[in-house]
Ligand binder design. Sequence first.
Ligand code: 13P
Ligand code: SF4
Length: 336
Amino acid sequence: MVERLDDTLAPMEVSVFEPTAESSARQRILPDEEWLLHQPLIEEIQRLKVARKAVILAHNYQTPEIFHGVADLSGDSLALARLAASSEAQVIVMCGVHFMAETAKILSPERTVLIPDLAAGCSLADSITGADVRALREQYPDAPVVTYVNTSAEVKAESDVCCTSSNALEVVESLSAERVLFLPDRYLGHWVAGQTSKELILWEGACEVHERFSAAQIRGLREGGRSLKVLAHPECPPDVLAEADFVGSTSGMINHLKRTLPARVALITECSMSDNVALELPQIEFVRPCNLCPHMKRITLEKIRDTLLHMRYEVQVEPELGRRARRAVERMLAIG
Ligand code: 13P
Ligand code: SF4
């Protein structure tokens, strides 16, 4: 039963947007006029969040008004899984895609996990089913199954251990088997295979956002003489990764930028990454060849407000399936 919040909330105060040091920093990523438009919703969400005792988790690909405006905690897929496991909040609002909310529910079955749009999917999660994993196990009975977290609970439940782009190599190396089924991202798998002596059997899945980048595009960016550092996500095709100066997860890229502070950078990944990092690292010039993830972009401030107002859309995982999936996720968290 949805609790009515009308009685518990004080009337909304009208706030006047005054430029401050923080607002001028924000202006680097969105003009003041745009922040001004977002401000009423941001304030409404902040108030609803307190009333619902909720925590808002946001992936690094969320838009700046979500990432900087309402998120309590943010990070890459691994960080979000860890935060979901350690959060004390009874209500978790996941601003990301469905597999991220499902992973939070798998790790915290007693909590209420909400996602602002149930249709926020992922081409990798859609590329493989539990039945596919069972068929592969029959074909390769001695190979343990390592599954990227970008998969459904059903696929995780059929797996031995999960991984993210932050820890994929570490997870593969932790296994004693010499042959490993690595599912479902063929490009992440190819990148890991290039760094381990183990044989990786890959699936044909791919991220529809990262597979659109090309090596020629990167070479084009470098033309013109001005020094440019290229950081790429391992979901990109191998020829794109070969052109990059650094390959890592979304948080891996952010940490690399903070450590090395290059003057000019291209982040070969989803578009919001550069916007979100630019606020914190104003000294870096971001060159922006980027691709939008249509699934991540389904999450908006309006939908987050409605999520908190109506306590929707709750993500459920059948308990026995969740128990089996949790084994694979917790095994990953214990590794790194
Ligand atoms: P990471 O944030 O774990 O690098 O993952 C990127 C991604 O595509 C998530 O959907
Ligand atoms: Fe899935 Fe790619 Fe979007 Fe990430 S960026 S959610 S991997 S489609």
